[in-house]
Ligand binder design. Structure first.
Ligand code: ADP
Ligand code: MG
Ligand code: MG
Length: 247
């Protein structure tokens, strides 16, 4: 589904990704762990098409298409979703407006009819329920005044509504208390654990992986994958640290 081959990328002339190679098949969950500054968020942004990140080598194909040649909205319409480490606040735009607009623009570019207001609210209510999020919060401006954990849950409601085929989730577990961690983990499973979907889960901690069990775990250091293994690698990293395991 996603084939990253020898990817090199830089920001402001600073090389961050240095030959990153990774293949994710449909039906799989891959966890990416690694020290601060390794390039995990940079990978997420490059895949999402955030401006300012210059790809200087390598390729990324998504379902056979050249992902890097697509505009961010085209990537989204093709079923690619990015959950941000730091979700942005959008004052003056309610979650409901924002999500309905996002969903209907994606449906339009796929040649599908827009959802009516009533159908959209039904869908939003269902996905908010999955994440134990009060519908009242969806009527508030996007992420404004939300706690860290509420922003992360809101991202997952957004993911549930957009129903992507592939999700990159950048530290979705950071800032979550124990109950929210379980709710988010179960939400990710409910939305994304399907044979035709795949997830790249960027995390510092094993704890999210207790809920969303990865098929493969990779260590990203200095802009490339330096070690790969099964779920046991995450446990090993947690007890021994990145230095010891991936030096
Ligand atoms: P991670 O998510 O693994 O903690 P990042 O991808 O956020 O790492 O950052 C990788 C490196 O890129 C870090 O050294 C960071 O300081 C640097 N970096 C990030 N954004 C910029 C920028 N706009 N200009 C220069 N360096 C940056
Ligand atoms: Mg970090
Ligand atoms: Mg990061």
């Amino acid at each position: 589904m996603l084939v990253i081959d020898n990817l090199h990328a830089e920001i402001d002339g600073k090389k961050i990704l240095n030959g990153l190679t990774l293949t994710v098949n449909a039906g799989e969950v891959h966890a990416i762990m690694g020290p601060n500054g390794a390039g995990k968020s940079t990978l997420a942004y490059v895949l999402g098409g955030r401006p300012g990140y210059e790809v200087t080598g390598g390729s990324v194909t998504f379902n056979g298409q050249d992902l890097l040649a697509m505009e961010p909205h085209e990537r989204a319409a093709a079923g690619f979703f990015l959950g941000f480490q730091y979700p942005v606040e959008i004052p003056g735009v309610s979650n409901v407006q924002f999500l309905r607009e996002a969903l209907n623009s994606q449906r339009k570019s796929r040649g599908e009819e827009p959802l009516s207001g009533g159908d959209f609210l039904k869908l939003a209510r269902e996905k908010a329920g999955l994440l134990k999020m009060d519908m009242e919060m969806l009527k508030r401006p996007v992420n404004v005044g939300f706690s860290g954990g509420e922003k992360k849950r809101n991202e997952m409601v957004q993911m549930g509504i957009l129903d992507p085929r592939f999700a990159v989730l950048d530290e979705t577990d950071s800032g979550l208390d124990i109950d929210a961690l379980r709710i988010v983990g179960e939400g990710i499973n409910a939305i994304m654990r399907k044979p035709e979907k795949a997830v790249l889960l960027i995390t510092h901690y094993q704890r999210l992986l207790d809920y969303v069990r990865p098929d493969h775990v990779h260590v990203l250091a200095k802009g490339r994958i330096v070690k790969s293994g099964g779920p046991e690698l995450a446990l090993e990293l947690e007890s021994e640290g990145y230095e010891a395991v991936a030096a």
